[in-house]
Ligand binder design. Structure first.
Ligand SMILES: Nc1ncnc2c1ncn2[C@@H]1O[C@H](COP(=O)(O)OP(=O)(O)O)[C@@H](O)[C@H]1O
Ligand SMILES: [Mg+2]
Length: 260
């Protein structure tokens, strides 16, 4: 993990004043992780009481950092911040084109990233309303998504299945497929990036995360993504030694009824 991002541990009230002090340590840390817009967005969220303190990184991914936030009432919140510079413009365009909910044709990276984050928020909302086990989306602003923190009350985040193997793999795989079936049939979405990294093991129950690339069922690439998800889950289940075949996976998610 990037140690600079680990140091992203400060009270947000300080951001505004730090911005004015050119050589402040906090600004140095801040400016390497966050650009000006991101800092301003964080400050805005803190003014609206969504967030009080940033308390270090949970994960540093290719395109986004997930930080732990603390609210005024001392509860935790997950803060997913998409980086503008290292975002995969081509991939974002590929997934956003063909999604009837988004009609944006832009060559502006920042605009596309913001639309991408909005897409993740809307996908999460859809899944959450369909009672799928996903984090409750709280709000989104520019390149930042705030979501329910999945973890214990001491602030220890739930680990991805990749890092925390389930105690009973067959049972866990069953629960994943039960949630996936709701994700597809009730939320009417295809995940598109299912893996043991994007499923958290929260007290032996799966929580599906990372839905920015998820597409609606009538998206032209939906079937292709679904078949890829199924194959990937088959491989991932194998890694955790859950005994399940591709046909059984298809049966459990009612595959034949998905694209009628
Ligand atoms: N709501 C959350 N609560 C706790 N940890 C989370 C939450 N969302 C994400 N994480 C952690 O951050 C990591 C990266 O999040 P993810 O949404 O998959 O972003 P990325 O696009 O970087 O893969 C996850 O694997 C998980 O460890
Ligand atoms: Mg991920």
């Amino acid at each position: 993990m990037d140690s600079k991002i680990d140091k992203a541990d400060f009270k947000l009230e300080k951001i505004e004043s730090a911005k004015r002090i050119k050589d402040s340590d906090e600004l140095k840390v801040g400016s390497e992780i966050f650009d000006k817009q991101t800092l301003e967005t964080l400050y805005k969220l803190s003014k609206q009481s969504y967030l009080d303190v940033l308390n270090g990184a949970i994960s540093t991914g290719k395109e986004a950092n997930v930080l732990k936030g603390i609210k005024d009432d001392s509860t935790f919140v997950a803060v997913k911040i998409y980086r503008i510079v290292t975002s995969d413009f081509k991939k974002m365009q590929y997934y956003i084109q063909g999604d009837p909910r988004f009609n944006i044709r832009t060559h502006n990276k920042r605009q596309l990233v913001n639309a991408w984050v909005n897409k993740e928020f809307r996908n999460l909302n859809r899944a959450y309303k369909a009672k799928v086990s996903v984090p409750n989306p709280i709000t989104t602003e520019n390149n930042i998504l705030l979501l329910e923190f999945i973890g214990d009350s001491d602030g220890n985040p739930a680990q991805p299945v990749r890092n925390q193997k389930p105690e009973n793999s067959d049972d866990f795989a069953d629960k994943v497929l039960f949630e996936l079936k709701k994700f597809i049939h009730d939320a009417k979405l295809i995940h598109g990036d299912l893996s043991n990294f994007n499923i958290l093991n929260y007290n032996e129950y799966p929580v599906i995360i990372d839905v920015s690339q998820s597409v609606v069922l009538d998206h032209p690439i939906a079937r292709e993504l679904l078949d890829r998800d199924i194959l990937n889950m088959y491989k991932e289940f194998n890694k955790i030694k859950a005994k399940i075949s591709i046909d059984e996976i298809k049966e459990k998610i009612n595959y034949d009824k998905i694209f009628k």
